[in-house]
Design a protein around this ligand. Sequence first.
Ligand code: SF4
Ligand code: SF4
Length: 353
Amino acid sequence: MEAISQKARENGLIPLGYAPAALAPRGEKSFREHLRAGIPAGVAYLGKNQEVRNDPSLILPNCSLIMSFALPYYQENPPGDPETGRISIYALGRDYHKTLRKKLDLIGNHLKTLVPGCSARAITDSAPFYEQFFAEMSGVAVRGRNNLVRVNHGGSWAFLGELLTDIPGDISESRPFSAGDPAPAPCPPGCRKCQTRCPGGAFTPQGFKIERCLSYLTIENPGEIPPEMIPAIGNRIYGCDECQLACPENRKLLPSPPVPDPDFKCRYSRELLSLSALLDLTEEDFLRIFAGSPVYRIGYQAFMRNVFAAAANAPGNPEILRKLEAHRDTAYPLTLREAIRTQSAKAAENGKA
Ligand code: SF4
Ligand code: SF4
């Protein structure tokens, strides 16, 4: 395993550990609990392919072992001003799927030279899979109260990826790749910083309410942004990082300085993300500017919905109001109407002053 671990490091990955594929069903319980809590539109895919989630052999025949890796992406992303859109750190650069898959494939090929005849399949969110569960099994990842897994050398600012393999052997226990790697500290008793800082109020006494999570509302959500959630959106136009930024344990796990993969370097200037400029964006512009980025996945209409919500929160600005009013063919008329209503109220207020 040392050779695999070494190859992973050479390619910028954090080697976590490995676990027998047979452990997969243990994840079923928590997932069933999640299902019972109700899955809103937009993440309904989580409820599908349950049998594949529980049996990695349905992804790779005779799968015997799961190797887990992480790819760090953290970079500074100042909150910016209320007239400039803010994109979640993970989405500032290239879509991670291709970058991560390429690296995992390299390791898979290396494994095949070490164990001739074996198969290896890379997973990067591309198949139904309990990736957080297997990362935790390595012993060098821990799940926080913010529902995110923190890993050594990257915190929760790291994409998880796995190699499913059918290598023969008698590995019955999960292990970290590096025996000397201590497990990250669990959440200290009493700490709730991530939950109290959550702008959407998604952590409630009744449990996590995904429909109050700004990441969900601005990314997976196929519908309108509920008017009562618009103020919480602030200037976020894609995702939210607050429960990761608030976490003191997370910061301790970042190398200094952080070394994100070059593919994830921010592609966008402040001028480009000005809400006024974004309100002028055509679908053609959107496809060109966001090609190859995670933002591209939600499409022009949903992106503009997010821009409308952020524009509602900008200080009163006649130019923004005029540009909002010029949007007629939106798929999200309720969010647009609320943004126009809010900006009009601010204009009236400014007129009185
Ligand atoms: S991503 Fe943002 S809105 Fe969602 S739970 Fe975390 S802090 Fe709350
Ligand atoms: S902020 Fe505190 S409670 Fe939340 S994940 Fe971090 S350590 Fe855990």
